[in-house]
Design a protein around this ligand. Sequence first.
Ligand SMILES: *[C@@H]1O[C@H](CO)[C@@H](O)[C@H](O)[C@H]1NC(C)=O
Length: 492
Amino acid sequence: MNVILVAAECAPWSKTGGLGDVVGSLPKALARRGHRVMVVTPRYGNYAEAQDTGVRKTYRVNGHDLEVKYFQAFIDGVDFVFIDNPVFHHLERNIYGGSRLDILKRMVLFCKAAVEVPWHVPCGGVCYGDGNLAFIANDWHTALLPVYLKAYYRDHGLMKYTRSVLVIHNIAHQGRGPVDDFFLVDLPEHHIDLFKLYDPIGGDHFNIFAAGLKAADRVVTVSHGYAWELKTSEGGWGLHGIINDNDWKLRGIVNGIDNKDWNPEFDVHLKSDGYTNYSLETLSSGKAKCKAALQKELGLPVDKDVPVIGFIGRLDQQKGVDLIGEAIPWLMGQDVQLVMLGTGRPDLERMLRQFESQHHDKIRGWVGFSVKMAHRITAGADILLMPSRFEPCGLNQLYAMNYGTVPVVHAVGGLRDTVKPFDPFSESGVGWTFNSADSGKLVDALGNCLWTYREYKKSWEGLQRRGMTQDLSWDNAAQQYEEVLLAAKYQW
Ligand SMILES: *[C@@H]1O[C@H](CO)[C@@H](O)[C@H](O)[C@H]1NC(C)=O
């Protein structure tokens, strides 16, 4: 099939979170399965790889005609098309910045331009065309695309064989606004019902995600656990009614990880400063070396026996950083080291700095984001803590397991799907889970984990090895996406 992923961010050029990683990796895995695959994303910066195709088109946004240029690159078997207009420039560090109306106008332009890319933009000399084509749109930013595909084209006998899939990475952001926002998306009046939603939070309002979910031929979300939670009033954030109505077309597919970037055997960030790359065969010596290098780099006592607990993520309520805060008095009574990397809420950043100064031989807080440090913590830590309140898929637990680092997680969303709890009787499972966002529960799970680390070395190694030998690659996920694309094409 011809497949076009459309997204507001795409690693390595632009990324704020998991969405950027997925859009950077899934297309390559689909291309390896023999599909012709393109990614369409805004051109926020001056990307060296992409050439101007010379194609120019004009789209109307809020009464103004805006001209877009299309830049193109072919990398790892995938066509990348960057849509250029001054409204996108210099936003690579602030993709979702500006007022609600600014971002809405950007996404209207982006979706209008993206849907016609298969007609206008030659890749390798030939346009994709609209036969045998499926779009994969992502989150509310591109949820207008399935709506436009239907309202502008398919309802008028155009793009008859083109289908759309909408992927939910995070339902918390929906493109909500007052009902009058409808006039900005430039659709005939009768489409207003697609967007109009009433709920106790927003009252009568305009909701782009709602319209996209109704218009798409299929809906995917990034884990089974999250697919289930989306149908509940706590997890659906007001959209659970629509998601339940459309349950027949919803499927959960757990994200894969990029096995080139996040592979302890080839990790470029482990090749200096005393770290080392390692594999299953060299696990214990390799990891010990990385742990010592991490302790040294962070100025913690170098000690191979003290368990190092890592946390990597935004410092906010969603990631459960406050639960770690509540567990600190207990944790500091243990012989452990805690290393935390992230940025976020200023009060939580302050909390982290304060813990570090109070417990200087046990805690390091790295306020900031460093890809290198994320890799080094993943390799050097024994345990990765993820007490997220919600987590659609989560990638850090997958990276951790690939590096022989044992996850301790709140069993929610994708964390529940991917971290099978350790069972000492059958020596199965890959980590520890706790089933409510509560620091007491976290302490119980982490306590059991530390006990096993200290007293049952053989079990610990089994946990590490089982984690490392799972197939966490995108190839597995790509096969499931392919099934969804085929279902969208043939069963509707
Ligand atoms: C480390 O990486 C190099 C390639 O850069 C590879 O040849 C070597 O086998 C790796 N070592 C281990 C222990 O995986």
